[in-house]
Design a protein around this ligand. Sequence first.
Ligand code: SAM
Length: 281
Amino acid sequence: MTDNKNQGDRMSELFSELNTLAENNPALISQAMDRLKSVHRANVFVSNYCNSDIERDNFVTQAVDNPLWKYFQNHHEGKGIWKWEHYFEIYHRHLSKFIGKELNVLEIGVYSGGSLDMWHSYFGPQSHVHGVDIEEACKTYENDHTTIHIGDQSDRKFWRTYNQESHGVDALIDDGGHTHEQQCITLEEMLPRLNPGGVYICEDVTGYPNQFSIFASSLIEHLNRSEWIVEETLQSKNTVFQSAIHSIHFYPFMVIIEKQSSPLTHLAAPKKGAEWQPFFD
Ligand SMILES: C[S@@+](CC[C@H](N)C(=O)[O-])C[C@H]1O[C@@H](n2cnc3c(N)ncnc32)[C@H](O)[C@@H]1O
């Protein structure tokens, strides 16, 4: 009875919010309805997928072999590291390009300090690791290749000060408080500040529905925008977002965004060759 009442209250609140939104922004409601249809379609697809036998024979244990994984597996003493096992293949896939380079790594969420040492060992002596944590106690992990910044990742003022004082970030790992609000604010403040070629990782994006996941997947729509400047040869004017953002990747519990190493100047699909089928112009 109480649950039904709460659900009823929540629905009334939602309808009233929708009304206000519809009055102020009818286009947004139409986008949301289109999205809802696709969300429903995806739910049906995944439900059928999970109930089918199609993948049964493909389930094999993944062999994960990379330096980060070895470091983690062999780490039995000293400062603690706490990571999901399946992250290691993904880290290596997106971060190996930085090994041996001079770079600034920023991890939000220091906890017991072990992951900061892991990053330095993986990237090499040229790397500098920055740790951000809300807990003052984490300051103890500072050394010549590690700087600790004490602050709250959901405080936009903290990030503005951080950016004024920092020399840019090449790889960012958000393993902090894990609420969607903290994750969204950190992305909003820090993704634009990531260096060209930078890699942004947000960890522990769990649960369904997850507001951060919805936020990040909505960014994908902006990678697909097209505004034709020469329709015949498929040339589209790119937005600043498309110029700066290379790709957005989703993994279990993890979202990764890669920035372009140099700005994308245009989007075009010219035809090459001289012989063409007549059925398609
Ligand atoms: C899961 S632990 C980090 C684990 C660590 N990165 C590792 O791999 O071992 C999360 C950390 O985030 C910190 N934290 C929680 N809320 C935060 C916030 N709002 N801003 C910054 N750090 C926060 C906690 O104090 C804690 O040390």
